[in-house]
Design a protein around this ligand. Structure first.
Ligand code: PEP
Ligand code: MG
Length: 909
């Protein structure tokens, strides 16, 4: 019996090569996804062509040191010898060559990003052996032609174009249009041409030694990990750069041996909708990457039944075995060689957001997984995607016509200007245009353009074409294989079957859920999932679609298991009401500054310009009832739930006119000799309050301490509003929050004053208000002295926006636009720390403050109200850090609920 791989790793740290019989699906770190799953299928007894996997560790050694680990050569020799024994022939053997493929396979799937070389082992000699043994001379020369071409391009770094041109030239001379019409002699002369090209471009002959071919191909795969395309993809998908790729060496089977052969891709369910059924594409008499590349049009998998019933039935059985074994949607690559089915790959397949929710609940209903597992099968980013609007199903608005219909490859509704190449897509999108990238088919070089586009439209290729697979991975809308549209990238236009021409820059709309393509701008309608959250759609079975039911079931489960409460950042009654419909359990941050804008700005000016205590008091007294009115509305809409009101935070000059505008106004008035006294005083005040670094200046608690009466007016407004709501029979639960505290002394002073005001209001109305008083923790010093601060605080709310700004020394208003792109490109961080919490830096301050705060006051309530409160990864961190709640914008509330549930239900270890 083979040694189980886990044991083998422990016993022999330095084992660099694993036979397919030695691995299993848990070993993705070491064997990559492809290698681990090939091993799993081998051990399930499925028909996998024999082979072995070189580990990611070997790749890492190569990338770190510039050469393969010393032991690799011997280990490969031993495994190759075993493979040769199994197959009964030797690699490259002249009369009957064993041929192998050399394929990349990292832990995470990176479609089309890294290299693969097929037909290794063919040479001037063994090509004759292959011809004789297969009885098909054309096939042998075609295989050799493919090897020299792929090897030349991938391993030797020769441009792909001259190879393609040579093929085109041969076809032209022969007067044929397709590759299939080229005969053995044509292909043989192409091989000669290709070899001459290799010699010319590299100064050396195409290697005739099979082992040398294999070793060079392995090295090329290692190196492709650091290719530009691969790096870009990893950044986009947040895949760590230090994982390396494994290399799979697999005995070749051929799908291009005639009409009883072929190759295909299949899904155990529809990756777009989640429906069970027969989904996939099949290409007769074709090899390897032909299907995924989308260069020839495939037939739906169901047609295989009539072409080769035996293989079809076996494939259906295998798909069922795989889905039951993996308990999930699997995608599969297979080849049929002269009527014999071979499995080349399987993995848990990518899927759209809608399919993820549907499949998770379907698998629960089938008894394959439980609800806790279902919760792990979806995520907040997918839920956020489902909350986007989609096209009005009644079709277009004025001037909109449907011009085509393709395959609904990745859902969503996208509208933009037509562009026909990636370069233009990037250029236009940088200048703020929304674009739809239209191509005949895409290839990995289009990745940047796809990223820049709102959606992708292709005229060729199926659900598994490059465009479809990559777009789904990116969460971009995609329609592919819209065959009646003729895409002319050279003239930058496409023509419909009726002759309508869409030029570059014309607006098109594509519907990734129906596959429809429109000229013009189609109006969009809200998502059914949002309608459900809004309470306008009932989640009951029979009354709504399966997606809403699935979302409802998973959300209900998440709500049942989560420990974190979810509040909203909202500062008006409308947002608060929506937040409550979306499941908010209170308000975690009401920023009071909006209450100082608009018509009230004049009162703020009066406050700033006041010369005497009396004038100041007048201005504050005028603001008081307005503030009180705002709070009454807010407490009413959140009746019975906590509402954290933060006292004024931004520097006062933000409420004054712009310094330049005002200076010009005053100067002009002076030159006309009709100067306005008020403007002059205002200008002096603006100058007085002007700061070089306002973010680090007179704001937050500092304002409250130097502008007498400001905070006490706000506290009075809160207390009066609470008393008013109580008198009206309500249940107000106000919490008063002090921003930007750096030391407990600041808080002590404000607290004492606030308590005095609250006591007055309570006495006056004869009520007990039970107002909590707490602080934001948004400065490193506050986090570091949290133990002391907790002595004066009933609660902490982490302001991770400012905390990130001050921990990193990154101006939150500037850095993202100025140099974050460079930082992301250099891999300094994989995601902006303003988006996902920096666990090591900012996060460690949060953890310390939690611990120190609770040590002082065990009942201290802890929350977060920075943007991170609605970010999936950050929510998991806050759960682990032991916070009581997260607070986020109303639209992110469902995401935070779901992720809090996922964090709580996450299996340990
Ligand atoms: C914060 O700093 O995280 C916060 C919530 O406050 P604001 O964004 O208003 O500064
Ligand atoms: Mg802040």
């Amino acid at each position: 019996m083979p040694v189980r791989a886990e044991n083998a790793v422990n016993a022999e740290q330095q084992k660099f090569v694993y036979d397919f019989t030695e691995g299993n699906k848990e070993l993705k770190d070491l064997l990559g996804g492809k290698g681990a799953n090939l091993a799993e299928m081998t051990n399930l007894g499925l028909p996998v062509p024999p082979g072995f996997t070189i580990t990611t560790e070997a790749c890492k050694t190569y990338l770190d040191s510039g050469s393969e680990p010393a032991e690799l050569r011997d280990e490969v020799s031993a495994h190759l010898a075993a493979l040769e024994r199994k197959m009964g022939k030797k690699l490259g053997q002249a009369d009957d060559p064993l041929l192998v493929s050399v394929r990349s396979g990292a832990k995470f799937s990176m479609p089309g990003m890294m290299d693969t070389v097929l037909n290794i082992g063919l040479s001037d000699e063994s090509v004759h052996g292959l011809a004789a043994i297969s009885g098909d001379e054309r096939f042998a020369w075609d295989s050799y032609r493919r090897l020299v071409q792929m090897f030349g391009k991938t391993v030797l770094g020769i441009e792909g174009e001259p190879f393609e041109e040579a093929i085109e030239e041969t076809k032209k001379t022969k007067g044929v249009t397709t590759d299939v019409e080229l005969d053995a002699a044509d292909l043989r002369s192409l091989v000669e041409e290709f070899k001459a090209l290799v010699l010319k471009e590299t100064g050396r002959e195409f290697p005739q030694d099979a082992r040398e071919q294999m070793d060079l191909a392995v090295r090329a795969v290692f190196e492709s990990w650091n290719g530009d395309r691969a790096k870009l993809y990893r950044r986009q998908e947040r895949i760590p750069h230090d994982l390396g790729t494994a290399v799979n060496i697999c005995s070749m089977v051929f799908g291009n041996l005639g009409p009883d052969s072929g190759t295909g891709v299949a899904f155990t369910r529809d990756p777009a909708s989640g429906q069970q059924g027969v989904y996939g594409d099949y290409l007769q008499n074709a090899q390897g990457e032909d299907v995924v590349a989308g260069i020839r049009n495939t037939v739906p998998l169901a047609e295989l039944e009539s072409l080769d019933k035996k293989s079809y039935d076996e494939l259906m059985r295998i798909m069922e075995t795989l889905e039951t074994h993996y308990k999930d949607l699997c995608d599969i690559e297979f080849t049929i060689e002269r009527g014999k089915l071979w499995m080349l790959q399987t993995r848990v397949g990518k899927r759209t957001a809608a399919a993820a929710f549907r499949i998770a609940t379907q698998l629960v209903d089938q008894g394959l997984i439980d609800e806790a597992e279902a919760l792990q099968r979806v995520n907040g980013n997918q839920l956020a995607q489902l909350m986007f609007p989609r096209f009005d199903s009644n079709g277009g608005g004025a001037g909109v016509t449907q011009i085509g219909w393709g395959i609904a490859a990745s859902p969503g509704a996208a509208v933009g200007k037509a562009v026909f190449d990636s370069y233009t897509a990037i250029k236009w999108s940088r200048s703020g245009e929304q674009v739809i990238l239209i191509r005949r088919e895409t290839n990995p070089d289009d990745l940047d353009g796809m990223l820049a586009a709102e959606g992708i439209l292709t005229s060729r290729g199926g659900k598994t074409s490059h465009a479809a697979v990559v777009a789904r991975g990116m969460g971009k809308t995609c329609v592919c294989g819209a065959e009646e549209l003729e895409v002319d990238t050279k003239r930058r236009r496409m023509t419909t079957s009726e002759g309508t021409v869409v030029e570059e820059g014309d607006v098109v709309s594509i519907d990734g859920s129906s596959g429809k393509v429109y000229a013009g701008e189609v109006p969009v309608v809200p998502s059914p999932v949002v309608e459900y959250f809004e309470g306008r759609v009932s989640p009951e079975a029979g009354e709504t679609d399966e997606l809403v039911q699935a979302v409802h079931r998973i959300m209900s489960y998440a709500d049942g298991v989560r420990r974190l409460r979810v509040r909203a950042n909202a500062d008006n009654a409308e947002d608060a009401a929506r937040a409550r419909r979306f499941g908010a359990q209170g308000i975690g941050l009401c920023r009071t500054e909006h209450m100082f804008l608009g018509e009230r700005r004049e009162l703020v000016e009066r406050l700033i310009l006041a010369d005497t205590a009396e004038e100041r008091q007048q201005a504050l007294s005028a603001l008081l009832p307005l503030q009180q009115g705002d709070f009454v509305e807010l407490f009413e809409s959140m009746d019975g739930l906590p509402v954290t009101v933060r006292l004024l935070d931004p520097p006062l000059h933000e409420f004054l006119p712009d310094i330049t505008e005002l200076s010009v106004r005053v100067a002009l008035a002076e030159s006309r000799k009709d100067g306005n006294e008020n403007d002059l005083r205002l200008l002096q005040a603006v100058h007085r309050l002007h700061e070089q670094n306002p973010m680090l200046g007179l704001r937050g608690v500092r304002l409250g301490l130097v502008i007498p009466g400001l905070f006490t007016m706000q506290v009075r407004a809160i207390a009066e509003a609470a008393a008013q709501r109580k008198a009206a029979g309500g249940d107000p639960r106000a919490e008063i929050m002090i921003p930007l505290v750096g030391t407990v002394q600041e808080l002590e002073i404000v607290r004492e004053e606030a308590e005095g005001v609250i006591a007055e209001v309570e006495k006056q109305h004869g009520v007990e208000l039970k107002l909590a008083l707490g602080t934001m923790i948004e400065l490193p010093r506050a986090a570091l002295t949290a133990g002391q601060i907790a002595e004066s605080a009933d609660f902490f709310s982490f302001g991770t926006n400012d905390l990130t700004q001050t921990v990193w020394g990154f101006s939150r208003d500037d850095v993202e636009a100025s140099f974050f792109t460079a930082y992301l490109e250099k891999g300094i961080f994989g995601v902006s720390p303003f988006e996902t919490i920096d666990k090591d830096g900012v996060g460690s301050l949060v953890r310390n403050a939690v611990e120190a705060g609770r040590a002082t006051r065990p009942d201290l309530k802890l929350g977060v109200c920075g943007e991170h409160g609605g970010d999936p990864d950050s929510v998991h961190f806050f759960h682990e850090a032991g916070l009581d709640y997260v607070s986020c914008s109303p639209f992110r509330i469902p995401v935070a609920r779901l992720e809090s549930g996922r964090a709580a239900a996450k299996p340990q270890g």
